[in-house]
Design a protein around this ligand. Sequence first.
Ligand code: NAD
Length: 475
Amino acid sequence: MTMMSARNPRTGEADYEFAVSSRDDIAADAARLRAEQPAWEALGPEGRAKVLLRFADAVDAAAPQLAEALAIDTGRHAVAWIEVDGLSRSLRRWAERGPALIAGLDREAKPSASPGFEIRADYTAYQLFGAIAPWNFPVILTHIDAVPAMMAGCAALVKPSEVTPRFAKPMLDVLAQVPELPLAYVMGGADVGQALIEEADYICFTGSTETGKKVAEAAARQLIPANLELGGKDPMIITANADPLWAARIALRSSIVATGQACQSIERIFVAREITEPFLAALAEAAKAVEITFPDPKQGHIGPFIFPDQAGKVQAQIDDAVASGARVLAGGQVEELGGGNYLRPTVLADVTPDMAVMREETFGPVLPVTIFDDVEAAIALANDTTYGLSAAVLAGSLEEASEIGARLDAGAISLQDGALTSMVSDATNHSRKASGLGPSRMGDEGLLRFLRRRAMIIQTGDALPIDAYREGQSG
Ligand code: NAD
């Protein structure tokens, strides 16, 4: 049996071992789930919703064990509880929305545009859904697509990140209480991810753009659909009419929650010259007031980097910016404390668009600020990125924000706030450019993508005789 270890981000110690799923394990799980899926789909939407609600109750009852395991892997306490609660709420939301959504699908026979035929649609779920998840929100992102997939009627085989595997063990106890639920985990890294793609009928991937391309290639070899939710470099435009103190508060929160290890974090700030001075002063002051959660994990705002390589990457971007003329107004240096890597919110002024911190995904609590004189130039700079995940606009009015937002090349735009996609689950959106490939995981499309539409084509008159195709009859 091959074993892997996971590191505790607060101590730096590799203190957890887990067994990697072998090819045979993965094939056996896939075969068992495929055998269970027809009965699961036959339960119907109401029957499946009842099971999802029982799963939600079992998740609630085991929340302390799940949150504790998650808190060790992520080094954060409050967010671990928010994640476990988020899974329960997602199960309840889909259990409520799913049956009405599926019942509302068009199943009526209608005359075809071709005379003599009628068409009726029916819907069947993909049999085996697969998901590959990253480490930044391990519980939420392992299940975010699996829950609507199961509500649609799929069985689900999912792979948590090998960086944050600890929650899977208490979750197996939860699953044992809901044996009808066709859900299983496979554990391991890239090889296990590739093996999962070979078993699945539909794959959802959340992670980096680089890995997303490999997943898309493997899915293409299998000829299965791949939904990709990838990296981002989200811009925030703050106009001259925005209140600078209000904007500073929003920019800080949108950038540093979960130590900035969120795909939809604001990573580039464009502020109008007229309000730059009060904005930067307020931002630096608010940034300095943020506390790291060391030594007590239950005190403070932001925890350690989950993945140690990430701390080095973020520091290199800061150092590169400073070497090219950026000024550090707060933070700036990764601190090693008790074996963990912490970075206080880092505000950088005088950054230019060519710096790595403005071009590459940072995935840390860094706020690079660029001044603009002309909003047209700010829009062009905001769109000058390979990514297109989300964006934000803070302006003097909703009208002003909306006009700018409509010109931003991203899948979701927060108006008069930032990073709202993490708080709103029903906003259908399609990630653009290197940030992903739809359909949307948010909104009703999050479930409907797992249903294949089958056309029942009905002959309402006489069937065509072969003579209709006899050569020399026409033309
Ligand atoms: P990653 O791409 O390194 O890994 C993600 C998952 O892919 C892991 O489970 C990993 O084991 C697996 N994997 C690695 N190589 C593979 C391969 N060749 N084939 C199949 N699977 C493979 O990403 P990460 O570092 O865990 O997560 C951070 C990234 O995720 C950031 O870029 C972030 O922006 C992105 N992210 C995107 C969203 C979104 O919704 N758009 C949400 C969260 C995170």
